[in-house]
Write a protein that binds this ligand. Structure first.
Ligand SMILES: C[S@@+](CC[C@H](N)C(=O)[O-])C[C@H]1O[C@@H](n2cnc3c(N)ncnc32)[C@H](O)[C@@H]1O
Length: 218
């Protein structure tokens, strides 16, 4: 996906991926990461997700990375948080006392931005990429996550031939092939979520699974 694709989505407010509630899988499974609340959590491709508010409420400092400036500004404004801005290399950082959002391309995010994190959370980030870019993203994520660090990954899987992404289908086999080289992978749950996703029902997609994995960087 070209950056222009996502900028256009934000400009035209076609952000069906954004959830008005904290993700229920995050609430249910975050404890299984055993993340030290005194340490930061990294949220790649964070959008303006309310999941970052939940993570901050658990005591974490949150470090997000998001391409689109409107998304990042909206996050602070819509949650009534005041923020300051500074430049870090080619990224603009918008932050308050507990949340720092790096606005810019994740592929140029310097490893020092995440070197002190204690955990990470990927919802709708891995599945935002088509296959070739997804492999590059997986390699970048592995570069940004220090050894021994655990996090949650939330994915969708469905017959890709029946619908164009994003979100793109990510199968357990893909995870095994491309993530297991960098991460220990544990499947926490896999649920049939077709009935709750009208877009997939309307397009007659035959099945849709949402899965949650715990990943630990090797
Ligand atoms: C499917 S959305 C998911 C957002 C968020 N994780 C959520 O759950 O609402 C993917 C996000 O990734 C952002 N994005 C796309 N390419 C990016 C890149 N190269 N670097 C940083 N963010 C990017 C998009 O602007 C978009 O907000």
């Amino acid at each position: 996906m070209e950056p222009s694709f996502w900028h256009q989505k934000w400009e035209s407010k076609q952000i069906g991926f954004h959830q008005d509630q904290v993700n229920p899988f995050l609430v249910k499974y975050w404890a299984s990461v055993k993340a030290d609340p005194r340490q930061s959590v990294f949220v790649p491709l964070c959008g303006k997700s309310l999941d970052m508010c939940y993570l901050a409420e658990q005591g974490h400092r949150v470090i997000g990375c998001e391409l689109n400036l409107t998304a990042v500004k909206d996050f602070f404004v819509e949650n009534q948080l005041s923020y300051q801005t500074h430049q870090h290399g080619e990224h603009t950082v918008l932050e308050d006392d507990t949340i720092s959002l790096y606005q810019g391309d994740i592929f140029t995010l310097p490893p020092e931005a995440t070197q002190h994190i204690g955990s990470f959370y990927d919802r709708a980030a891995l599945i935002a990429w088509p296959d070739d870019l997804r492999q590059q993203y997986a390699a970048k994520l592995a570069q940004l996550i220090p050894a021994g660090t655990s996090g949650l990954l939330v994915t969708l899987d469905y017959p890709q031939a029946e619908l164009n992404g994003p979100p793109f289908a990510v199968s357990p086999q893909w995870i095994e092939q491309y993530l297991a080289t960098h991460f220990d992978v544990e499947l926490l749950t896999c649920e049939d979520v077709l009935a709750e996703n009208p877009r997939f029902v309307n397009k007659q997609v035959s099945w849709l699974n949402e899965a949650v994995y715990r990943l630990t960087r090797k």
